[in-house]
Structures are given as C-alpha cells and as structure tokens.
Ligand binder design. Sequence first.
Ligand code: IPE
Length: 259
Amino acid sequence: MILIKLGGSIITDKTQYRTFRKDTVARLCREIGDSEVGTMIVHGAGSFGHVLAKKYSLQNGFTYYDQVAAAARVQYDVRELDSMIINELLNEGIPAVSVPPGSCFVMDDGKIVANDTEAIEALASVGIMPVIFGDVIMDRKKGFGICSGDQLMEVMCDLFKPTAVVFVSDIDGLYDKDPKTHPDAKLITEVTAENLKKIDSESSVDDVTGGVYSKMEAMLRMSTADRECILVNGSVPGRLCSLLKGEKVTCTTARGGLK
Ligand code: IPE
C-alpha cells in the first residue's frame, strides 16, 4: 500500500478562503484509480483551514473566547472539503470514508495521542479507505490545536506500514532555496541523512531553507531502508499516476531514514 498526502496547495487555492480545486482533485483521484495500486489518502486543509486558523491564532490553543466559534467553523469547513474529496474518490470507484481526526484522537501539547485506532483499522480490514485530514482537534494541555495532515501521515505510517509514502504538492520537489524568489534554486532530487546535515550547516539564519530542512527531516522520519518518501508535483497531469506505477518522474526522494 502507498500512503499519499494530497497537500492543501494542490487541492485548494491557499490564498482564497474555501477555494476547492475540483478539476485537479478529480484528475488526481482518476490517476490514483488508474494506477491500480493500493493506496490510502490523507489530505491537508488548504484554504478551508489555514485562513481562519491564522486569523484566530488557533495554533496557539484556546486563549480567547472568539476562537471557539472559529474552531467550530474550521471543523465544519474542512469536513466540507473532505466530503468533496471523498465524492471524487467514490466517482472513481474507490470506496472511501471520512474519518475526522477529532473523532478518534486528541493531542497532548501538540502531539497526537493515537491510542484508539480500532475504527480506522476495521475500515481498512474490509477494504474501505479511511480518509483522514488536517483539522482543529482537542488538546489536553492547550484546549484545542491544529492537527496537521503531515502529523497524521506519521500516525498512518506507523499504523499501516506502507511500502512508500508520497506527498503531492504544487512544486516539482524540494529546492535548496525558494524557487519563487531565487531563479538559480536547484531541485534536491535525493534527501538522505547526509545531505540533511549539509542543509543544516548552511541555513541557520535562512527561514526558507529552514522550512526545507524541517520538510526533509519529516520525509526522512517516514523513510526507512526499504521505504522511500517522495514529494511530487500533482499539477503536472499524469505525473502522480506514473510515479505510483513505478516509473521515473521528476520529484524529491527521501531514503534511508533519519538515523
Ligand atoms: C492544516 O493541515 C489543518 C488546519 C489548518 C486546520 P495541513 O497543514 O496538513 O494542511 P495543508 O496541507 O498545509 O493545507
């Protein structure tokens, strides 16, 4: 089974509140179906989550009363996003079911407590795809907090031991600098514990590279000696399908674990 995260930047327009990229999601679901590979999907919140979460500082936990309505609204919005994605999966004949993370997990100071996985495992055991997503969920210490799709990828990875992990985004992979502001930015095709060390020493004051560093770290954490973790551009038609079928495509591949 290949574990896939559909990132918020590919499934929504992150700059506009609640903008669903229906055609792109329909195409990606078709590519997943056409690949005929067993998959499991996690997705981000994009502009259905980040816009209000930022406005009301939900990532800081419960600190003032107006956040309560915002937290409820974000939960509603990301469920709507999830329903639209599930609909596209069902249209492709993929039996998918929504699993809002706040209905089975809590967090403890920002860390997911994944004690109760029985319902998720039961769905998978009969061939139903549990689809979990970035959301606002309750936190033992902070009241509530942001549970990201990336954190959930790590939980699903531990639980289902996929053969590969794929992050679908709107960029070709990780770059050594921000490609939008640095035309000479180079694509990092391979991420290992060794080249992570290099990025670290060159980048202590650079925010953008710091961002790359933490992404590389998360990708390496999910990779092992025999499980690659890949970042691929889902806005190029056919690329995800080719990757899932084992063909060589432009991407960033993490391998070998964090060590
Ligand atoms: C964020 O989830 C959840 C909320 C803001 C509620 P993610 O961090 O996984 O979402 P994307 O992929 O960045 O949009």
